[in-house]
Write a protein that binds this ligand. Sequence first.
Ligand SMILES: C[S@@+](CC[C@H](N)C(=O)[O-])C[C@H]1O[C@@H](n2cnc3c(N)ncnc32)[C@H](O)[C@@H]1O
Length: 242
Amino acid sequence: MTTHNDDVDWDRWPVVDYLAENYREVHPCDAAVIAHHSAFYRRLPPGSLGRSVEFGAGPNVYPLILAAAASRRVEAVEAGAGNVAYLEQQILDGPDASWLPFHELCRRLNPALPATLAGSLAPVHVVHADVRELPPGRYDLASMHFVAEGATEDRAEFAAFCRTFVGCVAPGGYLVAAFMENMPTYRIGPASRWPGCPVDPDIVTSVFAPLTRELAVTRIDADPTLPDYGDSGMVLLAGRAR
Ligand SMILES: C[S@@+](CC[C@H](N)C(=O)[O-])C[C@H]1O[C@@H](n2cnc3c(N)ncnc32)[C@H](O)[C@@H]1O
């Protein structure tokens, strides 16, 4: 049986285990994604974008930091209640110290970022919503990390998520994303099982090329410091919506 997005209870996302496995320190793959994205963000004048979206934000704070120099408002849109609660707590009560090295690296690579981690999160608004219901053309920039290929096992539904991602920015809007490469359905923590749709640079390019211009797709190798999720690395994307 192929698992689709609506088959999954995203409120049960294992926030603590996921953070422990992936984001308590800056792994080499995070540094590579941050370097790729910083080169993209450095081309955008500080404060030049009215509204950005983090599409399926999860509990990951570094994409929100990255968007802060260019964007006057960043909407972190997420379906899972536990992830929403975590992000709201990071913004209202102050971020976990484990995000400090992420902020330091992001700011080193883009000095236009606010000097403090809390300052970088000041433009962030957490939105508890289904990304499939975002109105088209609402944003100036959309950013997505490990969502379209981690939200379903179905290739057609992966492509539909990507189309919604591109469609939520206005024509000419900026796009930046990272995908797990060739990741099958996988486990987080001792027991929980989550859908994966294996994709690679060719598949990502074939989905995005008709929808974008200035498309650049690259990849990085698997990170041996992360748990083995069965992936072969990450696919990185930058471009603009047609
Ligand atoms: C693999 S996690 C990635 C989380 C985060 N973006 C990151 O970089 O670690 C996939 C995320 O997509 C969210 N998600 C799945 N389907 C969604 C939907 N229809 N609308 C909004 N969020 C969704 C999940 O709740 C989960 O947080």
